[in-house]
Ligand binder design. Structure first.
Ligand code: NAD
Ligand code: ZN
Length: 363
């Protein structure tokens, strides 16, 4: 797979699971903007050839020596942030980072150093350590969550990335409070999940901001109460929000991946206590802001995978979906096969979907 080109379908060799590893039969996978980012937008082009995809769910096919928690047939979600349980980050309740993740050193290539795939003898990188656009993948048990045996895999695959990311950014990182006023910038799956998080945290107003007005109807389903299209105003969006809210919102969440929007989200917060959270992904440009924004008492934070310790919380979120506490069905606008992956990517590029789920294999 090369950058800036459609994906190609190839036969690959997948290694058998080694010590502490499992081989997973992928059943379904979502297509997330981070896949597109790596393929078309990111400036680092050393992360190729790779198998993309990181929002999947599947069934354990076989296990290597040392694996005690999993057995063939278990339903699982591969995790792009591991949770080894032993490193100093895993031991600290303040973070969900894990030293064993590919991401602790390899943000530039966005892949694991170790590969489990070859194609005609050439090593293929494992994107975000997961590679779910594949019939099989191999992962270390520290980066796999075992989930409920009745979980619907073509839905809970979304818990591998986008939904915990946005939902947790509101619940864990922003810590949205009851009665508060929130603004969510960007209404893809990540932003809509942030809207759902604000709603479940008891926000009284949730202002949904997107340049694509087609997204507003969906945002309403997740609990947004007002809608603003920045391109429809001649004033800066932060000024529009200040006027709407008598001085700025309590919480803002950036779910676009654009440094100008990150700045606007911060500037949209109320002075004194406003909190702005960066969720969107980019390493293309540095961001900037006036120091007075923070000196006046605002807080600027970031969130990776919604702050959730992955192995502990993905099974909890599966349970929350099955008990109706969080929505997943409403995010899925399209279902396709792996062969249609380029159509799914095109749909996301043009803003024509929320999430496309690719059905890879049958259970
Ligand atoms: P998406 O492409 O489905 O949604 C992005 C939305 O932003 C679209 O609705 C688009 O119309 C809107 N948008 C674009 N420019 C805008 C602007 N100037 N103002 C307001 N809205 C604008 O993407 P997604 O899958 O929901 O992902 C969103 C972001 O989150 C991406 O940057 C992705 O890489 C990132 N992400 C971060 C993490 C993390 O752990 N922090 C995890 C997953 C995804
Ligand atoms: Zn993702």
């Amino acid at each position: 797979q090369i950058p800036n080109a459609p994906l190609v379908i190839e036969e690959i060799e997948v290694t058998p699971p080694q010590k502490n590893e499992l081989r997973i039969k992928v059943i379904a996978t979502g297509v997330c903007h981070t896949d597109l980012y790596h393929l078309f937008e990111g400036k680092h082009k050393d992360g190729f050839p790779a198998v993309l995809g990181h929002e999947g769910a599947g069934i354990v096919e076989s296990v290597g020596p040392g694996v005690t928690e999993f057995k063939p047939g278990d339903k699982v979600v591969p995790l792009f942030i591991s949770q080894c349980g032993e490193c100093r980050f895993c031991r600290c309740p303040k973070t969900n980072l894990c030293e064993r993740s590919w991401s602790s050193e390899r943000y530039a290539s966005m892949s694991d150093a170790e590969s489990h795939f070859t194609c005609r003898g050439q090593a293929i990188l494992q994107f975000m350590g997961t590679s779910t656009f594949s019939e099989y993948t191999v992962m270390n048990q520290v980066a796999v969550a075992k989930i409920h045996e009745d979980a619907r895999l073509d839905r809970v695959c979304l818990l591998g990335c986008g939904i915990p990311t946005g939902y947790g950014a509101a619940i864990n990182t922003a810590q949205v409070t009851p009665g508060s006023v929130c603004a969510v910038f960007g209404l893809g799956a990540v932003g809509l999940a942030a809207v759902m998080g604000c709603k479940n945290a008891g926000a009284s107003r949730i202002i949904a901001v997107d340049i694509n007005e087609k997204k507003f109807e969906k945002a309403k389903v997740f609990g947004a109460t007002e809608f603003v299209n920045p391109s429809a105003h001649s004033k800066p969006i932060s000024q529009v929000l200040h006027e709407l809210t008598n001085g700025g919102v309590d919480f803002s969440l950036e779910c676009v991946g654009n440094v100008a929007v990150m700045r606007s989200a911060l500037e949209s917060c109320v002075k004194g206590w406003g909190v702005s959270v960066l969720v969107g992904w980019t390493d293309m440009e540095d961001f900037s802001a006036r120091p007075i924004q923070l000196i006046s008492g605002k807080t600027w934070k970031g969130s990776l995978f919604g702050g959730y310790k992955s192995k502990d919380f993905v099974p909890v979120l599966v349970h929350d979906y099955m008990s109706g506490k969080i929505k997943l069905d409403e995010f899925v606008t399209h279902s396709m096969t792996l062969e249609q992956v380029n159509d799914a990517i095109e749909l996301m590029k043009t803003g024509g979907c929320i999430r496309t789920v690719l059905n890879i294999s049958t259970e």
